[in-house]
Write a protein that binds this ligand. Structure first.
Ligand code: GDP
Ligand code: MN
Length: 380
C-alpha cells in the first residue's frame, strides 16, 4: 500500500526526521489559507501515488497566498500519469544547497534490508542507476542487530559528507529511516531529496513509503490511511474481486491462474518478442464472475492489442473459465484478438464452449505466446 507524501512525512516526523510543515488542501481557497499561515513562499505539491510529479508539473512554487491559490487551482484536478489530483500539500518553500537521496528497501539479492544513499538526489534513483551507477552507495543492515551506527556513518562519509555535525545528522536520519521501515513493515521508505539548507542542517523535502499489505493487520492506524480515491480504477476493481493485477507497459494482456504460471507466461511472451501489458492472477478455483471481471480489467487498458489466456485447470475448471470469457465478451464486445491456451480439468468442455467464439486456440504456452505476439502486431 502506498502512502501519500504528507502521510509518509508525518510518519517520518514521529521518528525524529526533520520534515517540512504545512498542510493538505482539497480546494484552492484552503491552499491559500495554509499559505497565509505559513507566511512566506510556499511549494504546492500534488498528492498522487506516482513518482516524478515535479517533472509532470505537479510541484510548483508560489511566492504569496494569492499565487498559492492560483497554483493550487492549476494542480488540483490535474491528471498526472492517469491519476487525478484531489489533494495538494502546501508547505513552506525551502532554499537549499545540495540534494541527497536516501532510502531503505528490502534487497532480495542479499536478503537484507538495505540502505541506499546518493549524493545525486532530487532525480529518480533509477536514472542515477543508469547514468551514474558509481554514485549509488548501498549498505545492508544486519539481520538481527539492524543498521549499526558505524554503517549509518559510513553511508554519510561515502556520499561525501565530511563535516562532522552534518555526517552525524545524516547518520541519525538514516538510522531513524531504518527504524521506521522495520517498525511499520514497509517495503520502501525513501527520502528524495534530503536537502542541505543554507545553515548546513538536513531536511527531508519529499518522502515516499510503501507498506507491505500482508502486514497491515498489525497496523490498523496505517491501514486507516488507505485512500481509495488515489487508487487507479482497474486496481480497485481487481482488489475487490480478489484478483492480483499489476499494470505493465506492454500490449499483451494476460489472464492466468497462479502467480508462478503468470510469471512464466510473462517470460515466454518476452522470449517470443512481445511485452506483457499486465501481470494478472485470477487465483485458484476462479469462477465465471471473476474471469469476467478480469477480462474487463484487461480490456480497460487502451494499450492492450492482444490477450493471452493461459489457464492450467486444476482446482480451476476450464469450462468455468470459458463461461467467464463468453459472459465478458457479451458485455464488452471487443475487436482485440484473443489467444487461448486452456488445459487441464474439463478442457474438452471448455474448448467446446469456445469453439463458436473468435478465440484463437493454442496447444502449448509457446504457441500461445507466439500467436499473441503476432496478433498484437496485427499479423494474425
Ligand atoms: P517528485 O518529483 O514527485 O519526486 O517530487 P519532489 O517533492 O521531490 O519535488 C521535485 C523537485 O521539486 C525537488 O527535487 C526540488 O527540486 C523541487 N522542490 C520541492 N520542494 C521544494 C522546496 O521547498 N523548495 C525548492 N526550492 N524546491 C523544491
Ligand atoms: Mn522526490
Amino acid at each position: 500500500m502506498k502512502l501519500h507524501e504528507y502521510q509518509a512525512r508525518d510518519l517520518l516526523a514521529r521518528y525524529g526526521i526533520p520534515v517540512t510543515g504545512g498542510g493538505v488542501a482539497v480546494t484552492s481557497a484552503e491552499a491559500r489559507a495554509i499559505a497565509e499561515q505559513i507566511g512566506g513562499p510556499v511549494v504546492i505539491k500534488a498528492q498522487v501515488h506516482v513518482g516524478g510529479r515535479g517533472k509532470a508539473g505537479g510541484v510548483k512554487l508560489a511566492q504569496n497566498p494569492a499565487e498559492a491559490k492560483q497554483v493550487a487551482g492549476q494542480i488540483l484536478g490535474m491528471d498526472i500519469k492517469g491519476l487525478t489530483v484531489e489533494k495538494v500539500l502546501v508547505a513552506e518553500a525551502v532554499s537549499y544547497e545540495r540534494e541527497f537521496y536516501l532510502s531503505a528497501i528490502l534487497d532480495r539479492g542479499s536478503k537484507r534490508i538495505t540502505m541506499i544513499a546518493s549524493a545525486e538526489g532530487g532525480v529518480e534513483i533509477e536514472e542515477v542507476a543508469k547514468t551514474k551507477p558509481e554514485a549509488i552507495i548501498k549498505i545492508s543492515a544486519h539481520p538481527t542487530m539492524g543498521l549499526l551506527d558505524f554503517q549509518a556513518r559510513e553511508l554519510a562519509f561515502r556520499i561525501g559528507l565530511r563535516d562532522g555535525k552534518q555526517a552525524r545528522q545524516f547518520a541519525q536520519i538514516a538510522s531513524a529511516l531504518y527504524r521506521a521501515f522495520v517498525e511499520n513493515d514497509a517495503s520502501l521508505a525513501e527520502i528524495n531529496p534530503l536537502v542541505v539548507k543554507a545553515d548546513g542542517s538536513l531536511l527531508a523535502l519529499d518522502s515516499k513509503i510503501l507498506l507491505d499489505e500482508s502486514a497491515l493487520f498489525r497496523h490498523p492506524d496505517l491501514a486507516a490511511l488507505h485512500d481509495p480515491s488515489a487508487e487507479p480504477e482497474a486496481e480497485r476493481r481487481a482488489r475487490e474481486a480478489g484478483i492480483t493485477y499489476i499494470k505493465l507497459d506492454g500490449n499483451i494482456g494476460c489472464m492466468v491462474n497462479g502467480a508462478g504460471l503468470a510469471m512464466a507466461t510473462m517470460d515466454v511472451i518476452k522470449l517470443s518478442g512481445g511485452e506483457p501489458a499486465n501481470f494478472l492472477d485470477i487465483g485458484g478455483g476462479a469462477g465465471k464472475e471473476k474471469v469476467k471481471t478480469a477480462l474487463q480489467i484487461i480490456l480497460s487498458d487502451p494499450n492492450v492489442k492482444a490477450v493471452l489466456f493461459n489457464i492450467f485447470g486444476g482446482i480451476t475448471r476450464v469450462d468455468e473459465v470459458a463461461r467467464g470469457i463468453i459472459a465478458a465478451l457479451e458485455e464488452v464486445p471487443t475487436n482485440v484478438p484473443m489467444v487461448a491456451r486452456l488445459v487441464g480439468t474439463n478442457e474438452e468442455a471448455g474448448r467446446a464452449l469456445l469453439a463458436e467464439s473468435k478465440l484463437i486456440p493454442a496447444a502449448t504456452l509457446a504457441e500461445g505466446a507466439q500467436k499473441a505476439v503476432a496478433a498484437a502486431h496485427g499479423e494474425l
